[in-house]
Ligand binder design. Structure first.
Ligand code: NIG
Length: 393
Protein backbone atom coordinates (compact mmCIF):
# COMPACT_ATOMS: atom_id res chain seq x y z
CA UNK A 1 0.00 0.00 0.00
CA UNK A 2 1.58 3.25 -1.15
CA UNK A 3 1.55 6.80 0.17
CA UNK A 4 -1.74 8.70 0.74
CA UNK A 5 -3.71 5.46 0.79
CA UNK A 6 -7.06 5.12 2.47
CA UNK A 7 -8.09 1.62 3.39
CA UNK A 8 -11.65 0.74 4.26
CA UNK A 9 -11.29 -2.58 6.02
CA UNK A 10 -13.62 -5.05 7.68
CA UNK A 11 -16.32 -4.64 5.03
CA UNK A 12 -18.97 -7.29 5.62
CA UNK A 13 -20.56 -6.76 2.21
CA UNK A 14 -18.98 -4.70 -0.55
CA UNK A 15 -21.24 -3.64 -3.42
CA UNK A 16 -18.75 -2.92 -6.19
CA UNK A 17 -21.30 -2.28 -8.94
CA UNK A 18 -19.14 -4.40 -11.23
CA UNK A 19 -20.47 -7.94 -11.80
CA UNK A 20 -17.04 -9.11 -12.93
CA UNK A 21 -15.66 -8.45 -9.43
CA UNK A 22 -18.19 -10.37 -7.36
CA UNK A 23 -21.56 -12.03 -7.06
CA UNK A 24 -24.78 -11.03 -8.77
CA UNK A 25 -25.59 -7.96 -10.85
CA UNK A 26 -24.09 -5.66 -8.20
CA UNK A 27 -20.77 -7.53 -8.00
CA UNK A 28 -20.98 -8.20 -4.26
CA UNK A 29 -17.80 -9.23 -2.41
CA UNK A 30 -17.91 -10.40 1.22
CA UNK A 31 -15.29 -9.81 3.95
CA UNK A 32 -13.49 -7.29 1.82
CA UNK A 33 -11.19 -4.31 2.03
CA UNK A 34 -11.02 -1.40 -0.39
CA UNK A 35 -7.79 0.46 -1.10
CA UNK A 36 -7.92 4.01 -2.47
CA UNK A 37 -4.81 5.92 -3.56
CA UNK A 38 -4.62 9.45 -4.90
CA UNK A 39 -8.41 9.60 -5.04
CA UNK A 40 -8.89 6.42 -7.08
CA UNK A 41 -9.82 2.85 -6.20
CA UNK A 42 -6.70 0.74 -6.66
CA UNK A 43 -7.75 -2.60 -5.22
CA UNK A 44 -10.55 -4.67 -3.81
CA UNK A 45 -8.84 -7.03 -1.38
CA UNK A 46 -9.52 -9.51 1.40
CA UNK A 47 -10.05 -7.98 4.84
CA UNK A 48 -6.94 -7.23 6.90
CA UNK A 49 -5.03 -4.58 4.91
CA UNK A 50 -2.83 -1.80 6.34
CA UNK A 51 -2.94 1.83 5.12
CA UNK A 52 -1.95 5.39 6.03
CA UNK A 53 -5.55 6.13 6.93
CA UNK A 54 -7.99 3.44 7.85
CA UNK A 55 -11.73 3.09 8.36
CA UNK A 56 -12.83 -0.09 10.11
CA UNK A 57 -16.25 -0.88 8.67
CA UNK A 58 -16.67 -3.54 11.36
CA UNK A 59 -18.84 -5.80 9.21
CA UNK A 60 -20.94 -3.04 7.67
CA UNK A 61 -21.97 -2.79 4.02
CA UNK A 62 -20.12 -0.45 1.63
CA UNK A 63 -21.73 0.82 -1.58
CA UNK A 64 -20.61 3.23 -4.31
CA UNK A 65 -21.66 6.80 -3.47
CA UNK A 66 -25.02 7.81 -4.89
CA UNK A 67 -24.96 9.71 -8.19
CA UNK A 68 -27.91 12.13 -8.18
CA UNK A 69 -28.24 13.03 -11.85
CA UNK A 70 -31.16 15.48 -11.58
CA UNK A 71 -31.26 18.35 -9.06
CA UNK A 72 -32.36 21.97 -8.97
CA UNK A 73 -30.30 22.85 -5.88
CA UNK A 74 -29.92 26.58 -6.65
CA UNK A 75 -33.00 28.55 -5.63
CA UNK A 76 -34.41 30.88 -3.00
CA UNK A 77 -37.77 30.89 -1.26
CA UNK A 78 -40.14 28.31 0.13
CA UNK A 79 -43.22 26.66 -1.36
CA UNK A 80 -44.42 24.65 1.60
CA UNK A 81 -47.82 26.34 1.39
CA UNK A 82 -48.17 25.18 -2.21
CA UNK A 83 -47.30 21.66 -1.06
CA UNK A 84 -49.87 21.79 1.75
CA UNK A 85 -52.55 23.05 -0.66
CA UNK A 86 -51.67 20.25 -3.07
CA UNK A 87 -52.03 17.66 -0.36
CA UNK A 88 -55.47 19.19 0.29
CA UNK A 89 -56.44 18.58 -3.34
CA UNK A 90 -54.98 21.31 -5.58
CA UNK A 91 -53.22 19.82 -8.64
CA UNK A 92 -49.51 20.38 -9.33
CA UNK A 93 -48.95 22.94 -12.07
CA UNK A 94 -45.71 24.12 -13.64
CA UNK A 95 -46.78 27.72 -12.84
CA UNK A 96 -45.52 27.43 -9.25
CA UNK A 97 -42.03 27.58 -10.71
CA UNK A 98 -42.54 31.32 -11.24
CA UNK A 99 -42.87 31.91 -7.48
CA UNK A 100 -39.37 30.49 -7.10
CA UNK A 101 -38.15 32.61 -10.01
CA UNK A 102 -39.30 35.77 -8.19
CA UNK A 103 -37.53 34.74 -4.97
CA UNK A 104 -34.38 33.63 -6.79
CA UNK A 105 -34.09 36.83 -8.80
CA UNK A 106 -34.33 38.83 -5.56
CA UNK A 107 -31.65 36.76 -3.78
CA UNK A 108 -27.99 37.77 -3.59
CA UNK A 109 -25.22 35.51 -4.84
CA UNK A 110 -24.26 34.87 -1.21
CA UNK A 111 -27.78 33.82 -0.25
CA UNK A 112 -28.07 31.51 -3.26
CA UNK A 113 -24.69 30.00 -2.50
CA UNK A 114 -25.53 29.46 1.18
CA UNK A 115 -28.82 27.73 0.35
CA UNK A 116 -27.36 25.50 -2.35
CA UNK A 117 -24.26 24.63 -0.31
CA UNK A 118 -26.45 23.64 2.62
CA UNK A 119 -28.50 21.35 0.39
CA UNK A 120 -25.30 19.87 -1.05
CA UNK A 121 -24.11 19.11 2.48
CA UNK A 122 -27.46 17.53 3.29
CA UNK A 123 -27.18 15.31 0.19
CA UNK A 124 -23.65 14.28 1.16
CA UNK A 125 -24.83 13.33 4.65
CA UNK A 126 -27.34 11.07 2.89
CA UNK A 127 -24.62 9.36 0.84
CA UNK A 128 -24.62 11.37 -2.39
CA UNK A 129 -21.05 11.78 -3.60
CA UNK A 130 -21.80 13.37 -6.97
CA UNK A 131 -24.69 15.38 -8.31
CA UNK A 132 -25.84 17.30 -11.34
CA UNK A 133 -27.15 20.81 -10.69
CA UNK A 134 -29.45 22.80 -12.99
CA UNK A 135 -30.02 26.50 -13.37
CA UNK A 136 -33.58 27.44 -14.28
CA UNK A 137 -34.95 29.73 -11.59
CA UNK A 138 -33.32 32.89 -12.97
CA UNK A 139 -34.69 32.87 -16.53
CA UNK A 140 -32.89 36.11 -17.46
CA UNK A 141 -29.23 36.79 -18.16
CA UNK A 142 -27.97 38.05 -14.77
CA UNK A 143 -29.91 35.71 -12.47
CA UNK A 144 -29.15 32.70 -14.70
CA UNK A 145 -25.46 33.68 -14.52
CA UNK A 146 -25.63 33.80 -10.71
CA UNK A 147 -27.32 30.40 -10.55
CA UNK A 148 -24.80 28.95 -12.99
CA UNK A 149 -21.85 30.29 -10.98
CA UNK A 150 -23.24 28.78 -7.76
CA UNK A 151 -23.92 25.46 -9.49
CA UNK A 152 -20.35 25.41 -10.87
CA UNK A 153 -19.00 25.66 -7.32
CA UNK A 154 -20.86 22.46 -6.46
CA UNK A 155 -20.28 20.22 -9.46
CA UNK A 156 -18.73 19.80 -12.88
CA UNK A 157 -22.12 18.55 -14.13
CA UNK A 158 -23.91 21.88 -14.53
CA UNK A 159 -27.04 21.98 -16.69
CA UNK A 160 -28.53 25.10 -18.28
CA UNK A 161 -32.31 25.11 -17.85
CA UNK A 162 -33.20 28.56 -19.17
CA UNK A 163 -36.10 26.78 -20.90
CA UNK A 164 -37.81 25.85 -17.64
CA UNK A 165 -40.93 27.99 -18.10
CA UNK A 166 -41.67 31.28 -19.88
CA UNK A 167 -40.85 34.17 -17.49
CA UNK A 168 -43.40 36.96 -16.89
CA UNK A 169 -41.70 39.53 -19.13
CA UNK A 170 -42.19 37.15 -22.08
CA UNK A 171 -45.77 36.15 -21.13
CA UNK A 172 -47.70 35.23 -24.28
CA UNK A 173 -44.47 35.32 -26.31
CA UNK A 174 -43.04 31.87 -25.76
CA UNK A 175 -41.31 31.77 -29.16
CA UNK A 176 -39.53 35.05 -28.42
CA UNK A 177 -38.34 33.62 -25.11
CA UNK A 178 -37.11 30.46 -26.81
CA UNK A 179 -35.11 32.67 -29.19
CA UNK A 180 -33.66 34.51 -26.16
CA UNK A 181 -32.69 31.19 -24.59
CA UNK A 182 -31.06 29.99 -27.82
CA UNK A 183 -29.31 33.25 -28.75
CA UNK A 184 -28.36 34.64 -25.33
CA UNK A 185 -28.76 32.35 -22.29
CA UNK A 186 -27.31 29.16 -23.76
CA UNK A 187 -24.21 30.69 -25.40
CA UNK A 188 -23.58 32.77 -22.27
CA UNK A 189 -23.73 29.83 -19.85
CA UNK A 190 -22.16 27.17 -22.05
CA UNK A 191 -18.52 27.71 -20.99
CA UNK A 192 -19.46 26.84 -17.38
CA UNK A 193 -21.84 24.00 -18.20
CA UNK A 194 -21.84 20.46 -19.55
CA UNK A 195 -25.54 20.11 -20.37
CA UNK A 196 -28.62 21.87 -21.71
CA UNK A 197 -32.12 20.85 -20.60
CA UNK A 198 -35.69 21.81 -21.52
CA UNK A 199 -39.04 21.24 -19.81
CA UNK A 200 -40.97 19.69 -22.70
CA UNK A 201 -44.50 19.56 -21.33
CA UNK A 202 -47.90 21.15 -21.79
CA UNK A 203 -47.71 24.48 -19.92
CA UNK A 204 -43.96 24.77 -20.60
CA UNK A 205 -42.38 24.17 -24.06
CA UNK A 206 -43.72 22.20 -27.04
CA UNK A 207 -41.74 19.85 -29.27
CA UNK A 208 -40.58 22.48 -31.77
CA UNK A 209 -39.53 24.92 -29.06
CA UNK A 210 -37.78 22.15 -27.16
CA UNK A 211 -35.93 21.00 -30.28
CA UNK A 212 -34.72 24.55 -30.90
CA UNK A 213 -33.31 24.79 -27.37
CA UNK A 214 -31.60 21.41 -27.65
CA UNK A 215 -30.11 22.33 -31.03
CA UNK A 216 -28.77 25.59 -29.59
CA UNK A 217 -27.23 23.64 -26.71
CA UNK A 218 -25.63 21.16 -29.05
CA UNK A 219 -24.25 23.99 -31.19
CA UNK A 220 -22.71 25.46 -28.03
CA UNK A 221 -20.99 22.13 -27.29
CA UNK A 222 -23.38 20.90 -24.60
CA UNK A 223 -24.86 17.44 -24.08
CA UNK A 224 -28.64 17.10 -24.04
CA UNK A 225 -31.16 16.28 -21.31
CA UNK A 226 -34.97 16.61 -21.38
CA UNK A 227 -37.70 16.94 -18.74
CA UNK A 228 -40.09 14.53 -20.46
CA UNK A 229 -43.54 13.01 -19.93
CA UNK A 230 -43.90 14.21 -16.33
CA UNK A 231 -47.50 15.40 -16.12
CA UNK A 232 -48.94 13.51 -19.08
CA UNK A 233 -48.01 11.78 -22.30
CA UNK A 234 -46.24 14.01 -24.79
CA UNK A 235 -43.38 14.35 -27.24
CA UNK A 236 -40.51 14.73 -24.72
CA UNK A 237 -39.24 11.16 -24.49
CA UNK A 238 -39.28 10.61 -28.24
CA UNK A 239 -37.64 13.96 -28.87
CA UNK A 240 -34.92 13.08 -26.36
CA UNK A 241 -34.36 9.76 -28.10
CA UNK A 242 -34.39 11.23 -31.61
CA UNK A 243 -31.83 13.87 -30.65
CA UNK A 244 -29.56 11.43 -28.83
CA UNK A 245 -30.08 13.03 -25.41
CA UNK A 246 -28.18 11.42 -22.55
CA UNK A 247 -31.31 11.29 -20.43
CA UNK A 248 -35.08 11.76 -20.48
CA UNK A 249 -36.13 12.66 -16.96
CA UNK A 250 -39.39 11.91 -15.14
CA UNK A 251 -40.85 9.48 -17.74
CA UNK A 252 -43.92 9.07 -15.54
CA UNK A 253 -46.20 8.68 -18.58
CA UNK A 254 -44.53 6.52 -21.23
CA UNK A 255 -46.16 4.35 -23.88
CA UNK A 256 -44.63 1.46 -25.82
CA UNK A 257 -43.42 3.71 -28.63
CA UNK A 258 -41.66 5.98 -26.11
CA UNK A 259 -40.02 3.02 -24.38
CA UNK A 260 -38.87 1.48 -27.67
CA UNK A 261 -37.43 4.82 -28.79
CA UNK A 262 -35.49 5.24 -25.52
CA UNK A 263 -34.21 1.66 -25.67
CA UNK A 264 -33.08 2.03 -29.29
CA UNK A 265 -31.29 5.33 -28.71
CA UNK A 266 -29.67 4.38 -25.40
CA UNK A 267 -31.17 7.47 -23.80
CA UNK A 268 -31.43 6.79 -20.07
CA UNK A 269 -34.90 7.06 -18.49
CA UNK A 270 -34.27 8.87 -15.21
CA UNK A 271 -37.12 8.23 -12.81
CA UNK A 272 -37.83 10.82 -10.11
CA UNK A 273 -40.21 9.00 -7.77
CA UNK A 274 -39.96 11.60 -5.00
CA UNK A 275 -41.60 14.08 -7.41
CA UNK A 276 -44.42 11.63 -8.12
CA UNK A 277 -44.76 11.15 -4.36
CA UNK A 278 -44.90 14.91 -3.65
CA UNK A 279 -47.24 15.74 -6.51
CA UNK A 280 -49.53 12.71 -6.10
CA UNK A 281 -48.78 11.51 -9.60
CA UNK A 282 -48.81 7.86 -10.54
CA UNK A 283 -45.37 6.24 -10.43
CA UNK A 284 -43.53 5.35 -13.66
CA UNK A 285 -43.87 1.80 -14.90
CA UNK A 286 -40.30 0.74 -14.27
CA UNK A 287 -40.93 -2.94 -15.02
CA UNK A 288 -42.13 -2.17 -18.53
CA UNK A 289 -39.22 0.20 -19.16
CA UNK A 290 -36.67 -2.36 -17.96
CA UNK A 291 -38.49 -5.08 -19.89
CA UNK A 292 -38.26 -3.00 -23.06
CA UNK A 293 -34.49 -2.71 -22.61
CA UNK A 294 -34.39 0.90 -21.41
CA UNK A 295 -31.43 1.87 -19.20
CA UNK A 296 -32.86 3.43 -16.03
CA UNK A 297 -31.61 5.79 -13.35
CA UNK A 298 -33.05 7.15 -10.11
CA UNK A 299 -32.55 10.76 -8.99
CA UNK A 300 -34.06 13.07 -6.37
CA UNK A 301 -35.07 16.08 -8.53
CA UNK A 302 -34.45 18.17 -5.41
CA UNK A 303 -36.37 21.44 -5.96
CA UNK A 304 -38.70 23.58 -3.85
CA UNK A 305 -41.86 22.75 -5.82
CA UNK A 306 -42.33 19.16 -6.87
CA UNK A 307 -39.72 17.29 -4.80
CA UNK A 308 -38.00 18.94 -1.86
CA UNK A 309 -35.75 16.09 -0.82
CA UNK A 310 -32.06 15.28 -1.23
CA UNK A 311 -32.56 11.66 -0.17
CA UNK A 312 -31.51 9.02 -2.68
CA UNK A 313 -32.42 6.40 -0.08
CA UNK A 314 -36.02 7.64 -0.20
CA UNK A 315 -35.97 7.30 -4.00
CA UNK A 316 -34.68 3.72 -3.67
CA UNK A 317 -37.39 2.86 -1.15
CA UNK A 318 -40.10 4.34 -3.41
CA UNK A 319 -38.73 2.60 -6.49
CA UNK A 320 -38.79 -0.74 -4.71
CA UNK A 321 -42.14 -0.35 -2.96
CA UNK A 322 -44.10 1.60 -5.56
CA UNK A 323 -42.37 0.88 -8.88
CA UNK A 324 -41.64 -2.81 -8.31
CA UNK A 325 -37.93 -2.49 -8.96
CA UNK A 326 -35.84 -5.11 -7.17
CA UNK A 327 -33.53 -3.74 -4.49
CA UNK A 328 -30.52 -4.57 -6.68
CA UNK A 329 -32.07 -2.71 -9.63
CA UNK A 330 -32.87 0.32 -7.50
CA UNK A 331 -29.40 0.54 -5.94
CA UNK A 332 -27.81 0.11 -9.38
CA UNK A 333 -30.09 2.84 -10.80
CA UNK A 334 -29.09 5.23 -7.98
CA UNK A 335 -25.37 4.69 -8.58
CA UNK A 336 -24.35 3.30 -11.97
CA UNK A 337 -27.61 4.46 -13.56
CA UNK A 338 -26.98 8.05 -12.48
CA UNK A 339 -23.45 7.85 -13.87
CA UNK A 340 -24.79 6.59 -17.20
CA UNK A 341 -27.35 9.38 -17.29
CA UNK A 342 -24.41 11.77 -16.98
CA UNK A 343 -22.32 9.75 -19.45
CA UNK A 344 -19.59 9.21 -16.89
CA UNK A 345 -17.54 6.07 -16.40
CA UNK A 346 -15.50 7.27 -13.40
CA UNK A 347 -18.28 7.16 -10.80
CA UNK A 348 -21.20 4.96 -9.73
CA UNK A 349 -19.07 1.82 -9.20
CA UNK A 350 -15.99 0.72 -7.23
CA UNK A 351 -13.93 -0.96 -9.94
CA UNK A 352 -10.16 -0.28 -9.74
CA UNK A 353 -9.60 3.02 -11.56
CA UNK A 354 -12.94 4.51 -10.43
CA UNK A 355 -13.09 7.63 -8.28
CA UNK A 356 -12.87 6.72 -4.61
CA UNK A 357 -16.50 7.66 -3.82
CA UNK A 358 -18.16 5.33 -1.34
CA UNK A 359 -20.61 5.12 1.51
CA UNK A 360 -20.26 2.93 4.60
CA UNK A 361 -23.82 2.04 5.58
CA UNK A 362 -24.83 1.48 9.16
CA UNK A 363 -26.33 -1.78 7.95
CA UNK A 364 -25.17 -5.26 7.00
CA UNK A 365 -26.47 -5.00 3.43
CA UNK A 366 -27.73 -2.54 0.82
CA UNK A 367 -31.21 -4.10 1.16
CA UNK A 368 -31.62 -2.02 4.32
CA UNK A 369 -31.88 1.10 2.13
CA UNK A 370 -35.39 -0.04 1.17
CA UNK A 371 -36.10 -2.24 4.19
CA UNK A 372 -35.60 0.62 6.70
CA UNK A 373 -37.27 3.59 4.94
CA UNK A 374 -36.78 7.00 6.51
CA UNK A 375 -33.94 5.84 8.79
CA UNK A 376 -30.55 7.57 8.37
CA UNK A 377 -28.21 4.71 7.49
CA UNK A 378 -25.03 6.55 6.52
CA UNK A 379 -22.10 5.70 8.78
CA UNK A 380 -19.32 7.39 6.76
CA UNK A 381 -18.80 8.95 3.33
CA UNK A 382 -15.62 9.07 1.23
CA UNK A 383 -15.33 11.36 -1.81
CA UNK A 384 -12.33 11.14 -4.10
CA UNK A 385 -10.52 9.17 -1.40
CA UNK A 386 -11.12 11.83 1.28
CA UNK A 387 -13.26 11.09 4.31
CA UNK A 388 -15.97 13.79 4.10
CA UNK A 389 -18.32 12.29 6.69
CA UNK A 390 -16.33 10.67 9.48
CA UNK A 391 -17.53 7.35 10.91
CA UNK A 392 -20.35 7.83 13.41
CA UNK A 393 -19.02 7.56 16.95
O1 NIG B 1 -38.52 18.58 -12.50
N1 NIG B 1 -40.73 19.91 -14.03
C1 NIG B 1 -40.05 20.87 -14.03
N2 NIG B 1 -39.19 21.24 -13.08
C2 NIG B 1 -39.20 20.70 -11.77
C3 NIG B 1 -40.24 21.35 -10.93
C4 NIG B 1 -39.79 22.63 -10.46
C5 NIG B 1 -40.73 23.36 -9.54
O2 NIG B 1 -41.91 23.01 -9.35
O3 NIG B 1 -40.20 24.35 -9.01
C6 NIG B 1 -39.36 19.20 -11.83
O4 NIG B 1 -40.27 18.61 -11.24
Amino acid sequence: VGVSALVVDGIGMLVTGDPTLGDGPLGVVRDAAMVIEHGRVVAVARSGVAGDERIDADGRCVIPGFVDSHTHLVFAGDRSEEFAARMAGRPYEAGGILDTVVATRAASFGALRAGATGRRAEARAGGTTHLEVKTGYGLALEPERRCCAVARELTDDVTLLGAHVVPPEFAGRADDYVRHVCDVLVPDGAPSARWVDVFCERGAFDADQSRAVLEAGRAAGLGLRVHANQLGSGPGAQLAAAMGAASADHCTHLDDVDRDALAASGTVATFLPAADFSTRQPYPDARRAIGAGVTVALATNCNPGSSYTTSMALCIALAVREMHMTVDEAVAAATLGGARALRRTDIGHLTPGARGDLVVLDAPSHVHLAYRPGVPLVHAVVEGGAVVIAPRG
